[in-house]
Design a protein around this ligand. Sequence first.
Ligand code: H79
Length: 584
Amino acid sequence: MKLFKIKFVIGCLILLMASPLAAQEHVENQHADDAKMAWWREAKFGMFVHWGVYSATGGEFRGKMPTNSAEWMMNKAQIPIADYKVENVDKFNPTQFNAKTFVGLAKEAGMKYLVITAKHHDGFAMFHSTSSPYNVVDATPFKRDVMKELAEACQEQGIRFGFYYSQCQDWHHPGGMGNGWDKTIKRVSFDEYVQEKAAPEIKQLLTEYGPIAIFWWDTPRDMSKEAFDSLHSSTNLQPGIITNDRLGKEYRGDHKTFERHIPRKGPVGADWEVCMPISGSWGYKKSDRDFKSIETLIRNLVDIASKGGNYLLNVSPTGEGTLLPQATERLKAMGQWMKVNSESIYGSTASPFGKLDWGRCTKKEFANGSTLYLHVFDWPKDGKLLVPGLNNKVEQAYLMDGWQALETSSADAGVTVSLPAEAPDKIASVVVVKVHGKLDISTVLPKPTKDGSLVLLADMAYLHNNEGSEQLSLLEGRRGGDSYLSRWTDAEAWVEWSFTIDRPGSYDVSAELSLQGKKSRFRMGLPGQLQTVEVASTRRARDYAEKSIGTIEIDKAGEYTLQIKPEKGEWQPMNLRKVVLKLK
Ligand code: H79
């Protein structure tokens, strides 16, 4: 493995030397970004709010629940604009709404920012739009600019405030995208919609509502460059505003977004955020019973922080303007946990370890030391918590809750922390370990379980793909499923895994793969002992099958690598999820 690292460093040096100008620009952009992103990276936890006229009926249309996400009801039930007005707009009267209480709850939960739907796909403006009367002040019995009230409450309570704005879809304006069901619409061009409604509304949101920290675009679709630019240009009205990656392909924005799922690994070198509803639906839905448990919510926050991302957790105010007790309870419970443990979340960066058996880790690095926050989900029964591969000298270890000092001992395998018998927190107990100097962690290679089987996942493989070429890459599984190696069109590209074997013997090797081509040939085995393997089609790229691909002989305990290399000329690209070794 060392050799690859050296090669990689040399590669980077050559790149840097070859383009000094590009490198310098990159560094400057990075600094500008660093200053702008500082508060967001520190914040880690924000509140997302989906609130609109769909909330008035709780996603119900004439006794039916047309969709699993209430903000889509107009589309899913194909509700004509005129009926949507009668059923939802005319009924929107959230008299219990109190911006101060609402923002207070976000604050109590430990959230540092709030992003709310100023306009969702239904086209209804939740602010006093001066470009369209289809807004909360002019069209509902409530007549209050709830965005203004929230902006002010956030400002008062020190919560950064941001708008969600659906820029392409608009099921109300005759030029907006998405409404193919209401035949009474007299169509105009999309550019007209942008000029008449979207661009001026965005401009208004960015000039009349005080400091706006975030602009959150959604559902990018193709449009003219002029239209994009006109939407984008308004964000310059707020210095330091942070935008997501959903305006359009050419506009990468400041951070990546993941919707409803947590990636297996955080994207490297990018800021990112997971948005997720606290229940099943984004917008308030009467029949929604899918509230995530407090355990899931806290562990999600920890999991995301341990991968270096932010958690934007969505709540859904009702037609009355309040949250259901299920949501309030959960936010308060998160706040209780944060009261004790937030130091391990705010301002933390991603875990320096691979997968940990007992939970997750976040860290903070300083000039002469580092702090590790060990989030223990599964409290060890023997009272010994192994921090694998940690070589640094430990200065101090203690429980976050109550600051009880803990004994540690160092050995080849890493640092072991001695824990009390009872976990202070059933969901996630934080053990703080302060070490001297820069972090020094040895990679601990995977080894077979007691029954002699070892799973080598795609995301554990070392890819020889010309440093990140698109011809062989690791792709994220759908909905948090296993990642897989894909786009393996280059027969020169190959992969390998390193591992430790403590029981010598014959190991059967199988692979979980998919192959669209008729058949494919590759070589597999320990370096210098590669065997040719032929696999038959699994029909479609998404049809995975477990295939036996040979045997390897291990005559003594030690570290090994297993390689898979395409057979030139007879290679058909395959997708690979994992390789499994099994002691015969
Ligand atoms: O605002 C929330 C969603 O409404 C919005 N993005 C988040 C933040 C979103 N718009 N489109 N999509 C997400 C992707 C498409 C989802 C759909 Fe469906 C699947 C539309 C129809 C099927 C989910 C299920 C929404 C309605 C039914």
